[in-house]
Design a protein around this ligand. Structure first.
Ligand SMILES: [Zn+2]
Length: 187
């Protein structure tokens, strides 16, 4: 069997963007430089085919997070890599992740006092389980949906909305499970 052409490693959308960049830059820059340009264009929906460390570098450089905990930082980056492109752009522009130490799972606050139109996402360093990406995606969903927990206008079913959206983004686990999230909030 013949080896597939190199471009077949990528989803159709990536191949299309790569071809456009090749048409512009082809031959003048290295393949690695070309891939970096495509990655940093922010146009890629699905990172399949890209070198994982290259993708994580790109996200780490675009996300704002303040935490010393490298495990938590890695979880945030991995979660962002799995988001739809427009949500990832929102996370880059409008979200600030903070470590909340070890006392709670997560919470999202409007960051208007610090920077208008910004959401502060507090995350615990004490989260445990194999579904932690779903918790981070859940908090991003609250921000994406504009759920201001300090406002009386936050919808009564905000937990269900955030969990369902995280699930729609493809996350599996407690943060994407509306029943779990509602039960957790009632306690
Ligand atoms: Zn929630």
């Amino acid at each position: 069997m013949e080896a597939p052409a190199q471009s077949q490693r990528y989803p159709a959308q990536t191949t299309e963007i790569l071809d456009q960049y090749r048409a512009t830059w082809g031959g003048r820059i290295s393949e690695e430089r070309l891939l970096t340009k495509v990655l940093w264009s922010g146009e890629i929906e699905d990172f399949t085919g890209f070198d994982v460390s290259m993708v994580y570098d790109y996200i780490a450089n675009n996300i704002t997070y303040c935490c010393d905990d490298s495990t938590l930082a890695a979880l945030i980056i991995q979660t962002a890599a799995r988001l739809p492109r427009d949500v990832r752009a929102f996370v880059f522009d409008r979200c600030v992740f903070l470590s909340a130490g070890r006392m709670l799972y997560g919470m999202v606050l409007p960051g208007a006092t610090a920077k208008p139109e910004t959401w502060i996402i507090l995350l615990s360093e004490r989260m445990h389980g194999d579904d932690l990406h779903s918790f981070i995606a859940h908090e991003i969903a609250h921000a994406w949906l504009g759920h201001d927990r300090l406002s009386p206008e936050v919808p009564v079913d905000h937990e269900t909305q955030a969990a369902n959206l995280a699930q729609q983004w493809g996350f599996i686990g407690r943060g994407a499970d509306a029943r779990h999230c509602n039960a957790y909030m009632r306690r």
